[in-house]
Design a protein around this ligand. Structure first.
Ligand SMILES: [Zn+2]
Length: 203
């Protein structure tokens, strides 16, 4: 179900169910006073309520300056290669692949995700690093945890601070680029803040 609010007297879409694809956490917080409830949707302050479990758009640096609701590529993921221990305690989804003979006798069967600890190397060894996508942020224990997606099986999972540190070390290691430095900075900033408390003050 779509999530809508009235913003500057216009109805805009924030996202779908708990995925607020078109809104950063900070944007909702900063613009709360310009938002009004749309019939059948949450009250604007409800989108900051930690117990509602909303996931917010990650503040990708190249999207700074975009308005609330004005984003393309709803489920955007920033891809980076990481050590396998970033996936600690992650539940991976089985990957469905088809096998057939001369276009017939098709069988769809499941493969274990190569980042899953249960994966067994057969035809080739795993690459040195695994693909991960940085996608969203979510409020957990008064912090904004980064939500990632496994590049192979597409499972989404949020990462605690210790894992975020491993992720950021990999980012900085892979690219000295200013953009990526900023991404790492923003990931870690989520673990410094106390977004819930601040939201209470301004909201
Ligand atoms: Zn996976």
């Amino acid at each position: 179900m779509g999530e809508y609010v009235k913003f500057n007297n216009q109805v805009i879409k924030l996202g779908t169910c708990e995925d607020l694809y078109y809104a950063r956490f900070q944007q909702i917080k900063d613009n709360l006073y310009l938002m009004e409830k749309v019939e059948g949707n949450d009250v604007p302050a409800g989108y900051l309520e930690p117990k509602h479990g909303y996931r917010y758009r990650f503040p990708f640096p190249d999207e700074d300056g975009r308005k609330l609701g004005d984003y393309e590529n709803s489920d955007r993921g920033l891809l980076v290669g990481v050590p396998y221990n970033v996936f600690q305690e992650t539940e991976h989804t089985k990957i469905c692949r088809a096998t057939n003979c001369q276009g017939g006798y098709n069988v769809n069967h499941y493969l274990t995700c190569p980042a899953d600890p249960d994966f067994i190397e057969t035809c080739s060894p795993r690459p040195r690093s695994a693909p991960i996508e940085i996608v969203q942020q979510k409020q957990v224990d008064g912090q904004l945890w980064t939500v990632c997606r496994c590049g192979w099986c597409q499972s989404k999972f949020r990462i605690p601070r210790e894992t975020a540190e491993i992720l950021c070390a990999a980012i900085v290691d892979e690219s000295k680029d200013e953009y990526w430095q900023e991404v790492a900075k923003r990931i870690m900033a989520g673990y410094e803040n106390n977004p819930v408390k601040e939201a209470e003050v301004t909201g």
